[in-house]
Design a protein around this ligand. Structure first.
Ligand code: ADP
Ligand code: MG
Length: 141
């Protein structure tokens, strides 16, 4: 099934100048980048995006990290885009991520882990709407 998912290249990977390398991973796996922008999140925006984690002990530190530099937010489209992106990303903890995955290659640690990807159709819909308005999203092909 053709899907869309939200990807964020996090401040650690942007700082390492890996935007192109990471987008190439998506394209090489058959996903299309149908919308993209580079942003520097405010703490309000980071806090709202990660509100689902607000009771977790790492929430404050995660929000601080996510505002520490620019990010690249994009919408990926393709067959099973949500699961495919999660496979390309690898495990949350790069020490546990499979060889060749984005987190294995480019993450620093479990918090500074290079990329975000939506985990289900409903979160993808909400997360895409968080960053992109209708005019910025082409109709599904
Ligand atoms: P994922 O990004 O793989 O879906 P989660 O949704 O569980 O992982 O967590 C969201 C983000 O919070 C992670 O990508 C990571 O940046 C951070 N995080 C998760 N677990 C920890 C942890 N134990 N310590 C510090 N940061 C964490
Ligand atoms: Mg998650």
């Amino acid at each position: 099934m053709k899907e869309r998912t939200l990807s964020i290249i996090k401040p650690d990977a942007v700082e390492k100048n890996k935007i192109g390398a990471i987008l190439s991973k998506f394209e090489d796996a058959g996903l299309r980048v149908v919308a993209a922008k580079r942003l520097h999140l405010t703490s309000e925006q980071a806090g709202a995006f990660y509100a689902v984690h607000k009771e977790r002990p790492f929430y404050g530190s995660l929000c601080e990290f996510m505002t520490s530099g620019p990010v690249l937010v994009s919408v990926l489209e393709g067959e099973n885009a949500i699961a495919r992106n999660r496979e390309l990303m690898g495990a949350t903890d790069p020490a546990k991520a499979a060889d060749g995955t984005i987190r294995k290659l480019y993450a620093t640690n479990i918090e500074r882990n290079a990329v975000h990807g939506s985990d289900a159709p409903e979160t993808a819909r909400v997360e895409i709407g968080f960053f992109f308005n209708g005019l910025e999203l082409p109709p599904m092909e």
